[in-house]
Design a protein around this ligand. Structure first.
Ligand SMILES: [Zn+2]
Length: 224
């Protein structure tokens, strides 16, 4: 479990097609939820399932270098070049996890969208908040999940923004299985892994690791 929580193992995940992998124990609940949603005309499909450490590291490093856009918690673009390293680190963490600290490493957590409705609306999907609210193409899915996700063991760990990870209505966690990974989390292990990795901004990340771990990995938000 120790290396699995950090995204260092893929032994617990299974290929479910379209390039997605899930924890073998959540394929059943996810498929059952998908079928129930389909009966209500909602096409609940994966945007993202399991990601390993290296994949998360690539995302982090691209954001750090400015090769991927940075957004504030409201989804507004930030100018990466005007940010200090400290600000850049927090900006990335609002929307992207630290490599080793992502719930997507577990295969128990997924990002979902309403694929058919996105196609029907001829909508250029960007995985942003407005798509899941009001007249957005994934609003009906989001409302359906409010009512039914729990019946299949799924919770939304990023439902409320408290100064940690931004609100992500699309992110579901299969709580009974995810709890095993949550129990394995350890700040010191994460620090060791990151210090041995090729992460951009390593010095400042390691310097603040205990705060980052509480604020974003545990998603306790701003505690002081
Ligand atoms: Zn997610």
């Amino acid at each position: 479990m120790n290396i699995a929580w950090l995204g260092q193992s893929s032994a617990h995940v299974t290929d479910v097609g379209d390039g997605h992998r899930l924890h073998e124990d959540i394929i059943g609940p996810f498929t059952a939820m998908q079928k129930a949603a389909a009966r209500d005309n909602i096409d609940c499909q994966l945007v993202s399932g399991f990601r390993d450490f290296e994949r998360q590291l690539a995302i982090w490093n691209k954001k750090w270098r400015g090769d991927l856009p940075l957004l504030d918690y409201d989804g507004q673009p930030l100018n990466s070049h005007q940010l200090s390293d400290y600000e850049r680190m927090h900006a990335i963490l609002t929307w992207s996890a630290l490599p080793g600290g992502s719930r997507h490493h577990w295969g128990t957590d997924i990002d979902v969208y309403d694929k058919q409705n996105v196609i029907r609306h001829d909508h250029k999907f960007a995985l942003v908040d407005s798509e899941y609210r009001a007249q957005g193409p994934c609003a009906a899915l989001s409302q359906w999940l409010d009512v039914h996700a729990r019946e299949y063991g799924f919770e939304r760990p990023y439902l409320t923004y408290t100064g940690g990870v931004a609100c992500e209505l699309w992110h579901l966690s299969h709580q009974p299985i995810a709890a095993r990974f949550e129990a394995a989390r350890d700040c010191q292990q994460l620090a060791v892994l990151l210090s041995q990795s090729q992460i951009e901004g390593k010095e400042i990340v390691i310097k603040h690791i205990e705060t980052l771990y509480e604020q974003y990995v545990l998603n306790k938000g701003k505690t002081s």
